[in-house]
Design a protein around this ligand. Structure first.
Ligand SMILES: *[C@@H]1O[C@H](CO)[C@@H](O)[C@H](O)[C@H]1NC(C)=O
Ligand SMILES: *[C@@H]1O[C@H](CO)[C@@H](O)[C@H](O)[C@H]1NC(C)=O
Ligand SMILES: *[C@@H]1O[C@H](CO)[C@@H](O)[C@H](O)[C@H]1NC(C)=O
Ligand SMILES: *[C@@H]1O[C@H](CO)[C@@H](O)[C@H](O)[C@H]1NC(C)=O
Length: 377
């Protein structure tokens, strides 16, 4: 209590002092005040502790001169919490500087000690820029409009990420508004259960989502929703393909066979994002059907994993039957019958092997080492 009084006293002294110096040194402030005398210059009758200018009344909270007329200390003394609470939208639209914004943030903390409610977050405007990632973690944003508003108001990429990831952990709905605000890679961090809640109606309304960072299971979920969302376009193959394109990483071999029959001439960029484990189930004929006039890219990019996968899981004759000069290379042909003892196992791996006593662990380590070697062959 004593502390509080002492502090209050200090604020009074310092704000008076500041205004005084400003009045001496800053002619522009005086000019500004002269421009709107009835509004901002303190009347003789009004004399409340601390506020040297006039108290900011609700009807003045949208005045564009407030930021230049009230220093942070003035604002602290002349803006009542009740007015701030009632006119947050108006104040959030004014060009306050950081010091002034910190004063407003502190006052909001007094009004909402347990964190800002969603409806208020939506009104913050420029005030949002002085909130930290820690502050955000105490908010419960479940309304997609609040998320969209907050993401739009924060200037920082880190804050955007924090808002998005926080939203995904809370009970926020994944409707079109939210999906348009949450970047693909961030969306991939949502749980599978959460992704399953995306409705086809909402997916139809959003800009294409980049699912390349998602796990295969999550790609499958989003693909499944897209398949239903765009099924009414199947009559026009090209339109259907264009709409499904962003989501084909989740397609199964059966889905790909249907596309192959539709002769959609899949572009190579889309092809490399398919699931190699599904592509490898396609026959040469289907692969040709799928890529159509883009088939030659397979040869040009033959060292890529997805091409290698397919080649490795088909016979030399079938690979040749593509007719683009792609061959089962010597190294990949030999791999199938490579004797283990002839493999060059790096020293560090051998040392690890030697120190492993447990047999099961030994064999799984061996398999892991094999995996590493296979990747480098
Ligand atoms: C703000 O609070 C002070 C002190 O309680 C009061 O005198 C003043 O009228 C209030 N101003 C507004 C605009 O509510
Ligand atoms: C401030 O809020 C009050 C109460 O909601 C409202 O009547 C008033 O119009 C607001 N002021 C401005 C400038 O919009
Ligand atoms: C956010 O939710 C948690 C848990 O439901 C609750 O304890 C907390 O008070 C909420 N915070 C706000 C600002 O609503
Ligand atoms: C495939 O090969 C072509 C020609 O070499 C190259 O331009 C293209 O970038 C490659 N595609 C991918 C996805 O790497």
């Amino acid at each position: 209590m004593l502390m509080k009084i002492a502090f209050g006293f200090f604020v009074v002294i310092s704000s008076t002092h500041q205004t005084f110096t400003e009045k001496v040194h800053d002619g522009s402030l005086n000019k500004q005040l002269e421009k709107c005398p009835p509004m901002l210059v303190k009347g003789r009758v009004q004399r409340a502790a601390g506020c040297d200018l006039v108290f900011i009344t609700p009807d003045r909270t949208d005045h564009y001169l407030l930021p230049s007329s009230y220093t942070a200390a003035n604002l602290d003394a002349c803006l009542n919490n009740s007015v701030l609470a009632a006119n947050l939208t108006e104040l959030g639209n004014l060009a306050f500087n950081k010091d002034q914004l910190f004063v407003i943030k502190r006052k909001l903390g007094e009004i909402y000690p347990r964190g800002l409610p969603q409806e208020e977050i939506k009104k913050l405007g420029i005030i949002l820029t002085v909130y930290t990632i820690d502050d955000i973690s105490q908010w419960n944003i479940t309304d997609p409009d609040v998320l969209a508003e907050a993401v739009q108001n924060t200037g920082s990429a880190a804050m955007t990420i924090a808002l998005q990831s926080h939203y995904l952990k809370e009970l926020g709905v994944l409707d079109a508004t939210a999906l348009n605000v949450i970047d693909g890679p961030m969306l991939c961090t949502a749980s599978e259960e959460k992704l399953e809640t995306i409705s086809r109606t909402e997916l139809r309304k959003v800009k294409p989502i980049d699912i390349s960072a998602c796990s295969q299971a999550k790609k499958g979920i989003i693909f499944g929703i897209a398949k239903h969302a765009f099924q009414h376009h199947t009559a026009n193959r090209q339109t259907y393909y264009n709409m499904m394109k962003p989501y084909l990483g989740g397609a199964t071999a059966a889905d790909l066979r249907i596309l192959a029959i539709s002769r959609i001439n899949m572009d190579y960029e889309t092809f490399v994002r398919l699931n190699p484990a599904e592509v490898e189930k396609l026959s040469a004929q289907r692969l040709r059907g799928l890529l159509g006039r883009n088939l030659n890219y397979l040869k040009e990019n033959e060292s890529q994993e997805i091409v290698q996968h397919w080649v490795d899981s088909h016979t030399a004759a079938e690979v040749m039957s593509l007719g683009i000069g792609l061959r089962k290379g010597e190294s990949s042909a030999e791999l199938g019958t490579f004797p283990f003892q002839d493999l060059l196992i790096p020293d560090y791996a051998l040392n690890n092997l030697a120190s492993v006593k447990n047999n099961n662990l030994l064999s799984s380590t061996y398999i892991a080492v094999m995996g590493i070697i296979l990747q480098y062959v």
